[in-house]
Design a protein around this ligand. Sequence first.
Ligand code: GLU
Length: 503
Amino acid sequence: MTENASGILPGTVRVRVAPSPTGDPHVGTAYMALFNLAFARNVGGRFLLRIEDTDRARFREDSEQQLYDMLHWLGLQWDEGPDIGGPCEPYRQSERLETYRPFVEQLIEQGNAYRCWCTPERLTQMREAQQKAKRPTGYDRLCYGKTAEQRATLPGFSEIPVVRMLVPKDAPIRFTDLIRGEVNAPMPDDQVILKADGFPTYHLAVVVDDHLMGITHVVRGEEWISSTPKHLLLYRWLGLDEPVFAHMPLLRNTDKSKISKRKNPAARLTWFAEQGYLPQALINFLALLGYPPIITTDDEGVVTEREMMTFEEFAERFDWSKVSSAGPIFDLKKLDWLNGTYIRELDRETFIDAIIPFCVRDEVFAEAPQGADREKLAAIAELIQTRLVLLSEAPGYVRPFFTAAADLQIADDARAQLKDGAAEVLTATIAALEPVDEWTTENIESAIRAAVIDGLELKPKVAFTPIRSAVSGVRISPPLFESMEILGRDETLTRLALLRDTL
Ligand code: GLU
């Protein structure tokens, strides 16, 4: 076996993504999953999904399923996880409570952790007093070294204790990061590791599970840098081997602020699916947020940069030294460009299948069209595939073709464009189209041009606007003559007459 780009023998790497099911899955989770998976595939390693559901106050029941759905949609498949099992089961932290207990006991016995009975009210008062006195905030160790009986004599006592780390003053605050090199993180506080509800906190659970699940590389978001010194202390106290750490830069809005679900709809993974982004476009976009485009040099030394890349191409080239440490700007314009390009690349049948759910959602039709209707949709698809940036734009184009003439609404902006003389244009068009023998785009176009451009001496824009409005009801539609061919003669003539009669 030979070493690969990352200098690691295949088969040795185990990485994970460890989301907390606290609501709609965050785009950052997909970003982390993508980079972890690309690395794992590059080195022939394993990619795990672990559900970190120890924060019961923020837990949301349906969130785990949404997470599976979105990661599946993106094609980011894990090798081990709560739904598919694996050698380190269970992969859901709430099912591992007994696993954490001995580690907590060991830390208490070794004197690295202690029980704390302070009520939340007392902790708030303490923090406020520290802030007022402009002293550093942090637990004041009131409970340290006391038995429950001794502590009970003091104010702010709660029956059920938590367990805290006893962080020494000389705790390690530097560590080496695969992306950032030497990192200086803040000195940790006496962090709680076991809560009063019997659940471990993230800090204890992540260390225990990463160890027990054989995680070799902890690849996670930059926001966890300040937690890493706590984790290093736990590894050290428990005598466990430390994994390699890699903290990916946070995704940022164009104003450089952190992407949050509260402020930015695009922080929610479901938003991308709803908008009609293709998963391969989103994967490509997320990869480019932390990784350079593919650069190739041909035989003549000409260098080309290619931004379009599949997951497989990304994974094949994955190399930590190329991962950016600068906060990438989440520029949806780039994603729109990628999406339009990927949409154009779809084969026709795939494109049709991709727009059907959007048309059903927007009630263009109730279910996937069959037979002649499918053929009609295929003809429309040919006209619109190159025009879409988002799949969700398809219903707007498709609707006029699946609406009965009598029900066709003329949009306000289309009606506003109708000038004096529109009725005359429509009358001339009807007269010109009636004798057309073979109903083809070419014949329709030449008949109309002869009648309204040559006959009425109108400019194309003036001439075609009322025709477009009558046929599609909208101002911007697929190509006009092609649309008329798809609609057929009777339907086209009916529509032209219907609008003319309202003028
Ligand atoms: N549960 C943490 C999260 O929600 C995981 C952090 C980590 O990867 O260590 O992001």
